[in-house]
Design a protein around this ligand. Structure first.
Ligand code: NAD
Length: 393
């Protein structure tokens, strides 16, 4: 045995790099609970002992209300029809959905209690069917019970399908701050059923496209043009127009997380948070009356206008024409373009301090030099932020 060297203080260095790899299974389908559709069953195909595993299923009450008893009946029939290749349902629980479930620990606690009650082991499952907020709270409970049980997400809003469910994190709000408490945890699998989007209220349906606009502005000008061209049809809930946008947005988010080299956000740069420093602050300032999707639309506009106003100081920032395109696209998607809370700029700017603290002390914010051309900056001219916010109030 070779003894590692120590110094005169007998300090022993055993520094290592821990580099686990996680599969991230993501699928889109239509009619996930139709007995003939194998997509849900196939998620479990690699587990030879699957029929001995157990699952607790949690359903967002927004989904449950919209579908009535039919959803639970279909779900039970699906599990029964595929009993040899699926876990056994231990319990199905309808739980509250919406941002309110991230405001305290009750839903997380319930998940932990259900895991204990039904003896859900680390190879058994929590299956969560719901919007991004419910998925975040249930995900946190699943991540801390047994230090992580397997989580299957079935996202039921546009925002959850085109962004939130792709994430490898979860969280709840505390101290008036978004996602202050949470964990990084890669889900066992994600299955997006686009037919579940049919029951969404119009405002919730539309709100989810702000995240698609965000990722298009960051990474893919052709994708932005596609959203632009189809904005009215998307706002009118035409699934032929909406589905490719939801799928492409999910794919771009996923590629960034899987291939971007920083899945657990150790670096200062956080491009997927483009527009989010103000979005999170507006949500909190409104006591969460502004939905996350609407807040992201507003936060994007603020940072786009800032990027455009930067032309007064130096060349090469977002052009007037591109800023006008972005405003028009967001408007045609039926998303908000103004909000009175932008007038409270002292409160808004505290969001920058919170974001700086969250990042680890050094501010790194993404702005735009053009559509599809993000740039990281480390200082913001607060005069320009205030000027941009005044226009959006
Ligand atoms: P949401 O979860 O708040 O849902 C909005 C409303 O829709 C709720 O009342 C819910 O009950 C209802 N609902 C859900 N599905 C329904 C359906 N099919 N039919 C009828 N009603 C339905 O909103 P959201 O936009 O899905 O999620 C926003 C949350 O996602 C925020 O908390 C945000 O922070 C989080 N998020 C997380 C990540 C991540 O990586 N973990 C990424 C982006 C956003």
């Amino acid at each position: 045995m070779v003894t590692p060297p120590t110094d005169s203080h007998h300090t022993l260095l055993l520094d290592s790099t821990v580099a686990p790899k996680f599969p991230h299974r993501v699928r889109f389908t239509r009619g996930a609970f139709d007995a003939a559709n194998p997509a849900l069953r196939n998620l479990f195909a690699a587990d030879e002992a699957i029929a001995t595993r157990r699952a607790v299923v949690l359903i967002d009450d927004g989904v449950a209300r919209a579908h009535g008893d039919a959803l639970e009946t279909k779900l039970r029939a699906y599990f029964a029809a595929h009993a040899t290749s699926m876990p056994v349902i231990a319990e199905i629980c309808v739980v509250p959905g919406g941002e309110a479930v991230k405001q305290d620990t009750r839903l997380c606690d319930l998940v932990v209690e259900l895991v204990e009650k039904h003896r859900i082991c680390r190879k058994s499952f929590v299956i969560a069917i719901g919007g991004g907020a419910m998925l975040d709270a249930v995900g946190f409970g699943s991540a801390i019970a047994h230090r992580g049980v397997r989580l299957v997400r079935l996202p039921t809003t546009v925002l959850a399908q085109d962004d939130a469910a792709m994430g490898v994190k979860n969280g709840i709000n505390r101290f008036g701050k978004k996602n202050f408490v949470g964990a990084f945890a890669v889900p066992f699998a994600v299955l997006c059923d686009e037919l579940l989007l049919e029951t969404l209220p119009d405002a919730v349906f539309r709100a989810g496209f702000s995240e698609a606009v965000k990722i298009a502005l960051l990474k893919d000008p052709a994708f932005f043009a596609e959203i632009e061209q189809n904005a009215e049809r998307i706002a009118a809930r035409n699934l032929d127009a909406a589905s490719p946008v939801i799928r492409r947005s999910a794919e771009l988010h996923l590629r960034h997380i899987a291939d971007g080299g920083d899945p657990f956000e150790s670096n200062a740069a956080r491009p997927l948070d483009f527009g989010h420093w103000a979005a999170h602050r507006l949500e909190s300032m409104s006591d969460y009356a502004i939905s996350h999707g609407d807040a992201v639309a507003l936060g994007l506009l603020l940072d786009c206008r800032y990027s455009n106003l930067m032309n007064s100081k130096a060349e090469g920032w977002l052009s007037d024409a591109d800023y006008a395109r972005i405003c028009a696209c967001i408007k045609r998607l039926g998303l908000p373009t103004h909000h009175p809370l932008f007038a409270d700029q002292d409160a808004l700017l505290r969001g920058l301090d919170e974001f700086r603290e969250h990042l680890g002390g050094t501010l790194t914010i993404t702005m735009l030099r053009g559509i599809g051309r993000g740039v990281e900056i480390h200082e913001l001219d607060t005069t320009l932020v205030r000027a941009a916010a005044t226009e959006l109030a």
